[in-house]
Ligand binder design. Sequence first.
Ligand SMILES: [Zn+2]
Ligand SMILES: [Zn+2]
Length: 242
Amino acid sequence: MKLTILGNNSTTASAGGACSSYLVEASGKKILMDMGSGSIFNLKKITGVDDIDAIIITHHHFDHFVDIMLMRYEKEGRIYMGEEVKPIPLYTPKMPDWLFESLNKNHLFDFHFIEKDETVNIGELSIDFVPVLHLLETYAVRIKDGEKVLTYSADTGLCQGILTASEDADLFLCEASYGSYDPYVISHHLTGKEAGEIAKMSTVRKLLLTHLPEHGKENVLKDAQEVFRNTELSEIMKSYEI
Ligand SMILES: [Zn+2]
Ligand SMILES: [Zn+2]
């Protein structure tokens, strides 16, 4: 299984950066998890939009899905030029009406609305969706290829769901939006220290931090490493073998 980081900025994207988006390649499938702002440009450096076998949107905050709108425009443009464009399976929480109406045109996507604690199979991959604590319906993603496990936290605060989703994961891609020094610490995101604590409790093999703040990343890493040593900061356009 291979994970490539297409975007790892938190809500406030940095100059030249991109918000949450992750390409997973495993068992001959390409799965795109989240499509934050700026990520589609990085995706196209690696693969064509039509090569994606499925898209997962963990929740409907703009820093996690807004580039799917650009994908819509791109595909529609090709349809108007007479090209046949195949629909992409889209796994998402139930959408607000305005969003569904915007995306449900020209059969660009096959919609699959995620149910709580649902498991879906894409080829040989088994994917669990575990509800986590955030400001709106949000799912952590646990992908198994028969040998290895990759967990992506989505956006979450400390909760049982993220412990369940990350249990014994080989790679735990976890949000760490703040340093513990930060007075602006809120319950629907994690600090570096909290990400480290979850990794330790869940006995994961490796912790990879994402959804990183524009400033103070090194402090977030240091806080996590004090609790869980095998921790790295994710880097945009870097791939990780699992
Ligand atoms: Zn976010
Ligand atoms: Zn969010």
